[in-house]
Design a protein around this ligand. Structure first.
Ligand code: ATP
Length: 303
């Protein structure tokens, strides 16, 4: 496994972390460290990203291996309570009570988070509402908010109390481009002194935001490093061709009519296109596709 860069500081330490659901192994012997900054979790559907985030949130008991967060053991009841007080979790498909107002829901969550003193608690609710640009909608009932606004409200809930560790499961789903940029700014600022872990299929978010990337494949950690290191795996393996080749893997037909082609196993252009292939600078997505072997799956069957 290519691991060239280490995280700064250590918030999470996992050794041999394994989670089984019946006969299925969702996390398989994961050993990793996560420190300050934004760590992106990538992987195909079912790779184990949500399961890992749920273990980090101490919502799921891994069953095997060691998990320490802030130096405390997630397996010990007293330590788990201490960990929970210092983390914020935006789960996949968060459920919000539709009859609450935005302010009312966050105030309720703030009470559960033991943010004491009415005035200080309300100030904190106003702070997180402003952070996700929902302050003007604070009196709106949740059922009247759009899908993207609900997602931002759930993010505000995770930010309550200024946690040391923020766990975000597909946080930018449903956000418009302006709000997505705002989200990146918010999380990048947060992670200058704290730790954020986000699971996503939005590779542009990882490229724009993450200081480190972890890639899971069928429950195993197959990459830990920087986005630049993941991208480098595709160097010399991306081409622009005048037609769809038989060899290589076509990612898509670009608007200029040329075909963007990956050669996962070679730094040579596809056979027969030596004269017409133009090398293309790889993206993080190319590095990810080549690493996970998904590049082969990207090509449609030829008739
Ligand atoms: N509560 C559960 N009971 C049984 N199997 C589960 C449970 N939760 C997850 N799994 C299985 O564990 C594997 C990993 O699931 P997980 O939700 O962690 O994947 P993921 O990487 O987050 O996927 P996606 O990108 O689709 O959200 C899958 O095969 C899933 O079916």
């Amino acid at each position: 496994m290519p691991t060239t860069s280490a995280p700064t500081g250590t918030t999470v330490t996992a050794r041999g972390l394994t989670k089984r659901f019946g006969l299925h192994t969702a996390l398989n012997d994961l050993t990793l460290d996560i420190g300050n900054g934004v760590t992106g979790l990538l992987g195909r559907n079912g790779a184990g990203k949500t399961t890992l985030l749920r273990c980090l949130a101490t919502d799921l008991d891994p069953g095997a291996g060691e998990l320490r967060i802030f130096g405390r053991s997630a397996a010990t009841t007293a330590d788990r309570t201490t960990i929970r007080r210092q983390l914020g979790h935006l789960p996949q498909n968060p459920s919000l009570y539709p009859h609450f107002t935005a302010f009312g829901l966050l105030d309720y969550l703030a009470v559960l988070k033991e943010l004491g003193g009415r005035r200080a608690r309300h100030d904190e609710v106003r702070r997180v509402l402003a952070a996700v640009a929902l302050y003007d909608r604070r009196h709106s009932r949740i059922r009247r908010l759009s899908g993207g606004m609900r997602q931002r409200l759930a993010l505000a809930g995770a930010l309550l109390g200024d946690p040391r560790l923020l766990l975000l499961d597909e946080p930018t789903i449903g956000l418009d481009p302006e709000q997505r940029i705002r989200f990146r700014d918010l999380i990048a600022e947060f992670a200058t002194t704290r730790t954020a872990v986000l699971s996503t299929h939005q590779i542009e978010d990882v490229a724009a935001l993450c200081t480190r990337v972890l890639v899971l494949d069928e429950g195993r950690l197959v990459f830990a490093g920087t986005p630049a290191e993941l991208t480098a795996g595709a160097r010399g393996r991306v081409w622009s061709l005048p037609e769809r080749p038989i060899g290589g893997t076509t990612t898509w037909r670009s608007p200029d009519g040329r075909y963007r082609v990956l050669t996962p196993n070679s730094t040579e252009p596809p056979q027969g296109y030596e004269g017409s292939a133009e090398p293309v600078a790889p993206t993080l997505e190319d590095g990810y596709l080549i690493l996970t072997g998904s590049a082969g799956a990207a090509a449609p069957d030829r008739p």
